[in-house]
Design a protein around this ligand. Structure first.
Ligand code: S3P
Length: 426
């Protein structure tokens, strides 16, 4: 699906952002592993999350949808062997977290995925889970994965060289099936939704600065969870309001978990007019309304210490940096090369086509913000939802028409993206 967009006069109004993808995945997984009936209100019915739901239905969880709620009758920690392979589509979170759960089962299972997912690195989960006793065969560290679980798994102390919430969560899930306490440490704390939710479902977890210890569990308790809005989806509208002159936008119900709010911190440093209001707790996660006004921004340098807190926002941040005064350097973001697309190369290529001054680094970008006016062009999303949405925001400040290819990929995290965008563009 090709989308054609034109320059916007301003961004105005109030929008509610769809539910958080990371939290929806985890809520479905934990509810499926719990004993009894859980309710997940305001879940995200995006393609990635539907893959997780389908996987657990295959393994014995009974899952019903009613409006925006999911009713899950859990299968318990020991799942049923799936009758056929589990297809994870485009979803890295489904795949990697599932590996941790399948590592603790008494059966052999197979995970496959689409073309993009089949190119993404899985050795990062194979390594710790193999140390714990699972037997995992892969296509040289890529999908398909054949996972033969062990029971119990061997508890480990694992120090990761990267900050990845997916790897951390895989090890934590496997830790529920281990013979003793399992500890996972990482260089910079990655998103901590798993740690928060494990405790809500009754698992024993101890959290230190950059490490987490999980204890084996006999059972998990069903929960009622409400999923907050996704800051990674909100980021596209924050960007739009910041760079389109005369804009003012209120975004309601946004999760502002401190392991996810790096984008807000960096934008404030750049001089962005962003206020965070009505902070409240929703099912153990901090949530707020965010008011953003068009701002004159100044360049900043960001590196490995903050990237894990804004890893999915880097593409749209690069666009914002192209509108700041001065040169922005982004480093420590090499992980972007192994996301749904090579996001460093995609952003460099497509924003340059539109006239932005961007230099590609192995682990980031150098972006010259001074007054580069963007022009409409035909650009490629590479079937990557966050690239498609970044280019859509870029089109709002570009002269002439922008044509974005393969936009159906927004369904991965934000199926209503273009409808919401239309509502706030004047
Ligand atoms: C996610 C973790 C991040 C993020 C992804 C979702 C999660 O990936 O990019 O969109 O839900 O745990 P990494 O763990 O690879 O950093």
């Amino acid at each position: 699906m090709e989308i054609k967009l034109n320059k916007a006069c301003k961004i105005e109004g109030t929008v509610e952002i769809p539910a958080d993808k990371s939290i929806t995945h985890r809520a479905v997984m934990l509810s499926s592993l719990a004993s009894g009936g859980s309710v997940i209100k305001n879940y995200l019915p995006s393609d990635d999350c539907l893959r997780t739901i389908a996987a657990f239905e295959q393994m014995g969880a009974k899952i019903k949808t009613e409006g925006s709620a999911l009713y899950i009758d859990g299968a318990g920690l020991k799942l049923q062997k799936p009758q056929k392979e589990i297809y994870a589509g485009n979803s890295g979170t489904t795949t990697r977290l599932l590996c941790g759960i399948l590592a603790g089962q008494n059966f052999e299972s197979v995970i496959t995925g689409d073309e993009s997912l089949s190119k993404r690195p899985m050795q990062r989960v194979i390594e710790p889970l193999s140390q714990m006793g699972a037997k995992i065969n892969s296509n040289s560290g890529k999908l398909p994965l054949v996972i033969k679980g062990a029971s119990p798994l061997k508890a480990i102390k694992y120090t990761s060289d990267k900050s990845s919430a997916q790897v951390k969560s895989a090890v934590l899930f496997a830790g529920l099936y281990a013979n003793a306490a399992t500890t996972y440490s990482e260089p910079v704390k990655s998103r901590d939704h798993s740690e928060r939710m494990f405790q809500a479902y009754g698992a024993k977890v101890e959290v230190a600065a950059n490490s987490v210890t999980v204890y084996p569990a006999e059972k998990l308790n069903a929960q009622n969870i409400t999923v907050p809005g996704d800051i990674s989806s909100a980021a596209f509208f924050i960007a739009a309001a910041l760079i389109v002159p005369n804009s003012k936008l209120t975004i309601t119900n946004v999760g502002i978990n401190p392991t996810r709010d790096g984008i807000l911190e960096v934008l404030k440093k750049m001089g962005a007019d962003i206020s965070i209001e009505n902070i409240r707790d929703v099912s153990g996660e901090p949530v707020a309304d965010i008011i953003v006004r068009y701002s004159k921004l100044k360049a900043v340098n960001i590196g490995a210490d903050i990237i894990p807190r804004m890893v999915d926002e880097v593409p749209v941040f690069a666009l914002i940096a192209a509108h700041a005064e001065g040169i922005t350097k982004i480093t420590g973001a090499k992980e972007l090369r192994v996301k749904e697309s090579d996001r460093i190369s995609a952003i460099k290529g497509q924003l340059s086509k539109m006239g932005a001054h961007i230099e590609e680094l192995e682990d980031g970008f150098i972006i010259e913000g001074n007054g580069a006016e963007l022009s409409g062009a035909t650009v490629n999303s590479f079937y990557d939802h966050r690239i498609a949405m970044t280019l859509a925001v870029a089109s709002l400040v570009a002269n002439g028409e922008t044509v974005i290819k393969d936009c159906e990929c927004v369904d991965i995290s934000f199926p209503s993206f273009f409808e919401v965008l239309k509502k706030i563009c004047r």
